[in-house]
Design a protein around this ligand. Structure first.
Ligand SMILES: [Zn+2]
Length: 636
């Protein structure tokens, strides 16, 4: 049998329109009938048109049921869960128009960056507006939207639909379900964990998704791209990996094996924790030389994660970063997705109240993302200690005397906001120390993973905990020493004495010298170029300097003018760096520099360049108790 496709499609389309008009008359026939169906009785229909893109913008229409009140406020989120920043997604919405049932334009008052008030709301039929994307405008923003929470509109090629950037909610109606209709280019396909609703499609050129409430709209991003997708099963979890690689460098098929190995190990590590039945990894690889996403990392959702990384990364590096980043996001199914406070359960997208427990939401998650790799044999002991050492070094850049609970509940404001990154450094170390403490008290049997499993049994996705009572509960489930631990190091401002915890598992922190280059430590230079100051070459600030810099007398901020009679420019410095690889410790050097406005001359031997850093080592000859506890901790 043969059917003419165009006729078939037309017939099919007409049939669907008919079905639609009958079944969904309320959504589409915006006439007198509509006002009979009130907003709480019918889904809000949000339509996005990805075909008729204009000036890099997408048109959106929002069609709710009838309002019974005289005034209604339409809002786009200021903040979304997991980002801990005020991003004002409403600022990307333009030309918002409200139409009444007779198609006349209604008066709209823009209240702030994210809110629009509509009076005469009983007459409101629908809203239309245009949405600009965040990826292209990152460079213009002082604090850009973190790319994995951002949006991309690249006509005909790619649409990263973090839907909080496109679809808003009516104040008081966040619990109303949504139907999301997307008119899509024929060659692009959607990857998302939002369920499709095939029978509601207006025609084959549209996708139709459903969300039970507004939270589900923003919890399920959609990536539209040319299909580059792989799926695999981890026990009973169906995992989809969808990749957008603008120059076709990476294929999902080539990245699948490492992801599968890693997530299998995660599942074994977690054991019987209740988890999702499906999970989507949306990987957006960006370009570095055009306006594109530069906020590399990922954002967690209950059933998916958006990952943004540079396409220019080598495969080896990309795979390792994917292992670290995706495992972190997947562990978020434990916390905050299963264990969270009321502040998160009833998240206010425009006036969020922050929970006190970032030590857990991000700290435990990041700790697990490293611990499971040693426990499941993806990395060895030395590599694990190296990671801990890096966290110790990175944490030094932040305020060690800042209470983690106070920081957490004020994370949107300074001075807390600029310490946020420490949740991944000290936050993980807090969990390591707590893990060792609980292991010690339970003769190696229990740890932080045990604690999280108990808590997720008690709470879970739908039941939030009381923010202020949570630590008391943890103490009641564990040991009195855990009370002091939280009082001092999480609520209080007492820095953690890591050596004390390492000693419990037969480890010690020692200072060790590591050789570097004279001007570079691997790929990291000790000097930099001040483009704003005539390309002056200066000694970098806020980094540890190697022994060559320290012993010759160079200081952070010094401007290097002349080395061994050669005036220093970007070009001349390159040849000096090249020749420095041939220097011996006895090579003599004369450096002329500018410190503030003072000219200074330094002279001496270059020596052997080394950096002094912490190293975590196994202490030999300690009692078996310590090494047994270490084995229990690392699952060896
Ligand atoms: Zn995280």
């Amino acid at each position: 049998m043969s059917v003419n496709d165009s006729v078939f499609n037309e017939l099919n389309f007409m049939r669907k329109v008919l079905v639609l008009l009958v079944v969904l008359g309320a959504f589409w026939a915006c006439g007198t009938g509509k006002s009979l169906v009130t907003i709480d009785k019918v889904p809000i229909v949000a339509s996005l048109d990805l075909v008729n893109v204009k000036n890099d913008k997408v048109e959106v229409s929002i069609d709710p049921g009838a309002f019974l009140s005289d005034m209604v406020s339409f809002k786009i989120p200021k903040t979304v869960p997991g980002t801990y920043s005020s991003d004002n997604y409403g600022a990307y919405v333009q030309d918002l128009v409200a139409l009444d049932y007779s198609g006349r334009v209604m008066e709209v008052v823009k209240v702030d960056a994210n809110s629009w008030d509509i009076s005469n709301a009983k007459r409101l039929d629908k809203l239309t507006y245009w949405v600009n994307d965040t990826f292209d405008t990152e460079n213009d923003m002082e604090v850009p939207v973190f790319s994995p929470a951002g949006t991309n509109i690249l006509e005909g090629k790619n649409f990263m639909l973090n839907l909080h950037g496109f679809i808003g909610y009516f104040d008081g109606y966040k619990e109303v379900p949504y139907t999301i209709l997307v008119r899509k280019p024929a060659d692009l396909a959607a990857t998302t964990t939002l369920p499709q609703e095939v029978d509601r499609k207006p025609d084959p050129a549209w996708d139709s998704f459903v969300a039970k409430r507004y939270f589900e709209v923003i919890d399920n991003p959609i990536l539209y791209a040319r299909p580059n997708v792989e799926t695999f099963a981890i026990n009973d979890i169906q995992v989809t990996l969808s990749v957008y690689s603008p120059n076709g460098v990476y294929k999902a098929a080539g990245l699948k094996d490492r992801m599968e190995e890693m997530m299998t190990a995660q599942k074994v590590f977690l054991g019987d924790v209740d988890s999702t039945k499906e999970y989507a990894i949306l990987l957006y690889l960006s370009e570095l030389d055009t306006p594109d996403a530069q906020g590399f990392g990922a954002l967690e959702h209950h059933t998916s994660t958006v990952v943004v990384l540079p396409e220019a990364m080598s495969k080896e590096r990309l795979e390792q970063v994917m292992v670290d980043v995706v495992s972190h996001e997947f562990f978020h199914i434990v916390t905050p997705l299963s264990i969270h406070s009321k502040e998160i359960q009833f998240f206010d997208f425009n006036d969020p109240k922050m929970s006190k427990h970032l030590w857990m939401y991000e700290g435990t998650t990041e700790y697990f993302a490293n611990l499971f790799q040693i426990q499941q044999g993806l990395i060895n002991e030395a590599e694990f200690y190296d990671r801990i050492k890096d966290k110790l070094a990175n944490a030094e850049a932040y305020d060690d005397k800042m209470s983690f609970t106070i920081m957490s509940e004020n994370i949107l404001e300074e001075p807390y906001a600029s310490n946020y990154q420490n949740v991944y450094e000290k936050g993980a170390l807090i969990n390591m120390a707590l893990d060792i403490l609980i292991r010690e008290k339970s003769n190696g049997e229990k740890g932080v993973l045990w604690l999280m499993k108990e808590l997720s049994k008690q709470y879970g996705k739908e039941i939030p905990f009381e923010d202020d009572l949570f630590i008391d509960e943890i103490v009641a489930m564990t040991y009195p020493e855990v009370r002091a631990f939280f009082d001092d190091h999480v609520i209080g401002k007492v820095p953690l004495d890591y050596a004390r915890y390492f000693a419990k598992v037969g480890l010690a922190m020692v200072k060790a010298e590591r050789q570097t280059g004279y001007f570079l430590d691997g790929e990291n230079p000790f000097i930099d170029v001040d483009v704003a100051n005539d390309n002056a070459i200066f000694v970098r600030e806020n980094i540890p300097l190697n022994s060559f810099f320290v012993n010759i007398g160079l200081q952070a901020g010094d401007i290097i003018k002349n080395i061994n009679g050669t005036d220093i420019s970007l070009e001349s410095l390159r040849s000096i760096i090249a020749s420095s690889y041939g220097w011996s410790p006895d090579t003599k050097i004369k450096i002329e520099l500018l410190r503030n406005v003072e000219g200074i001359v330094l002279e001496g031997k270059v020596g052997l360049p080394v950096l002094l850093e912490n190293k975590i080592v196994v202490v030999e000859g300690v009692s078996n108790d310590f090494s047994e506890l270490r084995s229990a901790w690392l699952g060896q």
